[in-house]
Design a protein around this ligand. Sequence first.
Ligand code: GTP
Ligand code: SPV
Ligand code: MN
Length: 614
Amino acid sequence: MNYSEMVLDRILHNSTLQIEGRDGMSDNPLGTRNTQNQGIISWVERMAQICQPEQVFWCDGSVPENEFLTRLAAERGVLIPLDQEKWPGCYYHRSEINDVARVEQCTYICTPSADEAGPTNNWAAPADMYSKLYGLAQGAMRGRRMYVVPYLMGPPGSSLAKVGIELTDSIYVVLSMRIMTRMGEIAYRQLGESEGFNRGLHCMLDVSPERRYIAHFPQDNTIISVGSNYGGNVLLGKKCLSLRIGSYLGRQEGWMAEHMLILGVEDPQGEKTYVAAAFPSACGKTNFAMLIPPKRFAGWKVWTVGDDIAWMRPGADGRLCAINPENGYFGVVPGTSYRSNPNAMESMKRDTIFTNVAYASGGDIWWEGKDNPPPENLFDWQGRPWSSSSGEKAAHPNSRFCSPVTNNPALDPKFGHPEGVPISGIIFGGRRATVLPLVFQAFNWIHGVYVGATMGSETTAAAAGAVGQVRRDPMAMLPFCGYNMGAYLGHWLKMRKIIKRPPKIFHVNWFRKDRNGRFLWPGFGDNMRVLKWIIDRCRGRVGADETPLGWMPAASDIDLEGLDYDRARLEEALGIDVEEWKKEILAQDELFLRLHNDLPSELHYQRELLISRL
Ligand code: GTP
Ligand code: SPV
Ligand code: MN
């Protein structure tokens, strides 16, 4: 018996509640039980006994079900239909004002010992957290429906794919999960009779920050999220399963769950090279994954496999192979335009749920950085009338679009392939106004692990809290690692031994600024110019200079043709300032001190080597 069952036994001991006739409870044929899997049936029954919903609604992900739930959501004001001519199949949602981003301080890893969760995670004893959260969930769905959402993360039939069941009282979550995952029968089919599915329970409660917990129980493959209705807190297949539980399972099972986009670069001869890139939240993954090369690169094309999460394991040919477990994009809206990211604009043109952008009467939407000026009669993300003199943002900086991957014109043909795509390069990159050069290549895998582990980035609006402060964010996984960060870095080092043909490792920084606070590098589509150098390095086609940081291009190695840009700015973007680097190495102490018990010694040696090279 695990902790969950012990706590349940105690809570349900005196329960007299009977959940009868779930199969035929509604006149509506939708929502009837659609699985024979005993593990699922009995778990759903126990959760229903706790939450006491009026009805248990078994979702199948079908079109009629989607239409029914969308209508219901519109009736209840959860979704506002947009102008269907302009935005076919698109809806608008406003979250609670206090519930606009992930909340790291409410996120817990509940392992038997605090040491397993490690110094970078909030920890609680599983029995305590189960008691608290089942306590909060008791009767929480009275008078409401409990939706059962079966979903598959990863292509069907893939050895990397995982099944989850999310129970939720939020229609918004159901409709979003239908976009973000492969939902319905497909999940049951992958699971068969097995009980090896992720158990996810989500209760909105009163959406109060006081009673907000996102708790993970890796040993039980269980997630309980209460008190929020926002993105990464509640779409449990995403950060909770794919990264926190996923990273824990990956360590046990010999694979890697990473906060990485996956893209394929096709050259004019049709040769394709895939890379994966870990940038922290709101630091450019979606934009990079959907990059459209500038005119100079006629005949080149970038294909998107994924924009947020990669699951990777060594493939038959000894290379690291990656799948994107998701089926949709939950992307940052502000700043997205036909100039910056046409493929994202195409992706959100139809069948999209927009959250917390600005709304114009008549069913239009707007956000800062959109191609057109704000329309008349605009209401900000909080529903207040807005004008350009309001002095506040119309769209919340973390407003999001939720769109099916199939809307993306550049979706890679191998997106759904069960074996995934072979990864030639891994790219780390933070948001750094200073110090970090535009690009460098690590000397080898171990050095690359050090580069990723010590990555720093300025905090963004994707998580609640201060914005713009540099913090260490190892592999962009600080908020997403489901176990001890030191052990996670050890897992990275161990993977080297089972990957026969490891990818090359790089670091990029699109965000370095000049003395006047202007970005030194144009970014977006022009990142292709850096990506081209990276691809050429992966294929051994271009030389590089040895520097203290790693291998670097000379400014003349980056193709600037067709760009109205001063090469001196590129030289500044590539510059290494030894005095700044001494401070940077000292700033890494924050991480080294926090992790000192568990940090693999290789990383100490790498730091010493870097000091000796400077
Ligand atoms: P999550 O979905 O939170 O994981 O974010 P993400 O990593 O996918 O970030 P995204 O691509 O949505 O970009 C976030 C912000 O960074 C947006 O405001 C972009 O406009 C900006 N951005 C992306 N790429 C670049 C770039 O190359 N240069 C500059 N200056 N800004 C960029
Ligand atoms: C992130 O914060 O890294 C996101 C958005 O991708 S959320 O799904 O809310 O976590
Ligand atoms: Mn993300």
